[in-house]
Design a protein around this ligand. Sequence first.
Ligand code: PLP
Length: 399
Amino acid sequence: MRYSVTPLASLPLNGLASTVPHSPTMAGAAVACAHSDPIDLTVGEPSAAPPWEVREAAAKAALEDRARYGPAAGLPALRGLVAQDLSRRDGIPRHSEQVLITPGGKAALLDGLRCLLDPGDEVLVCSPYWPSFPDQVRWAGGVPILVPHGEDLLPSVAALDQALTPRTRAILLNQPANPTGTLWDDARLAGLGALSRRRDFWILVDQVYGTLTFDGPEQPFLRHLPHLAARTLLVESFSKRFAMTGYRLGAAVGPAALIQAMTRLASSSVTHACTLSQHAGIAALSLDGTWEREQLEELCAKRDLAFEGLHTLPGLRVQRPQGGLYLFPNASRWMRHHGVETDHDLVLRLRDEAGVKLLPGSAFGASGHFRISLGAPHGALATAIRRLGRFFSKGGAHV
Ligand code: PLP
């Protein structure tokens, strides 16, 4: 008997796989460039190497053959350290059962969404947003509802309230935020607390940049709203905090029942986070804090350098980031004056004429902006800011 077989290429993928795009923040760096010596400020990755102890711990675990299968929820020692570290930071007592070790913060968030959403459930995502937020909601079968921002690049409580519907299952926030560097102020947090008294929804807080807070102590979400702990899932990561991007190590921290469900999901999907990376994570959380303090000082200096270099340029509006790894200038006035229609066109010109690779604001739901990563080394960033200064000053007196 003969079968007719459809050529593989024409068999359809499902609706999600055919429509959800590649992460734009991951794709940006690969693009070719007309400038002979471009500086890449697209990637949200600290240029420093991870602490020596971290690298040593991973290497030692490999050499000693301690990279076997382990528990789906992560190595008990690491879960304990994450619980302890976070409790020290936000003042909420917690134990290991509330912690799942994941292959990065991204996985923690996606698996949280997969355990919380039924098909068609809505999740409020505040604009400007990290592009993976709406995409992850879609991958988990939900519907991202984009909440508009005000002048300060944050949503008002009224806008959040307006976006709530009977299908709202969760609100997703990012403290400090990628790409804006904003932190929710006390009034907004209190407003969210008030909304949560009226309506049942989960709160997903991505605090992968939490320890990178510039002008004062870290502002962990539950320190402000401890009574929301039972409905909050926190996403933590070693990527930005310890420059361990490629180790793919993060954690989900939340109510034990949710963590158990996420652990069951991990046991059928990734099995667990890489064991070598988990040993490295134990070393990272056993450090005395000096490395982190020095890195934060360096990052703060880079924030100042970039902000000072850009905020007086004609046609740009730049908000001083309170934390995180980025600046997010608004160039709409400059674009209007110079006949540049889209921020995509703008970043192409910045790439080819100024030699600085950046990501367009529209990738983050805020057209007319561009994102600068502060991850580059100080010298490269200084050169890039000088180049941007020259570019935007051309004819700028009229703007
Ligand atoms: N969350 C936000 C807001 C990010 O910007 C990023 C990376 O850029 C991540 C999560 C991903 O972190 P990880 O490397 O731990 O997956």
